[in-house]
Design a protein around this ligand. Sequence first.
Ligand SMILES: [Zn+2]
Length: 89
Amino acid sequence: MRLLIFLFLFYLAYRLIKKLMLPGQPSAKMPEQEPLLPVDDVMVKDPYCETYFPKRDGIKKVIKGQTCYFCSTECRDEYLERIEQSERD
Ligand SMILES: [Zn+2]
């Protein structure tokens, strides 16, 4: 009976040592995500005054299915006016 207890303790010690030596499975490394550039950080050109500015600061306007960005509402309005005028001719 004593031997059995000894074996049991030995087994527990063995498991403990094994656990200490091999600390489980190496945790699955999360694939490091590439830092995605914010889309709104790109520089765009105002088609009216031809100034470059960050897209996020621009005024978005879809003209004839094309997304345009303007540095200001004034430029947007002037540009739209210009388009309307050119269409009128
Ligand atoms: Zn402008």
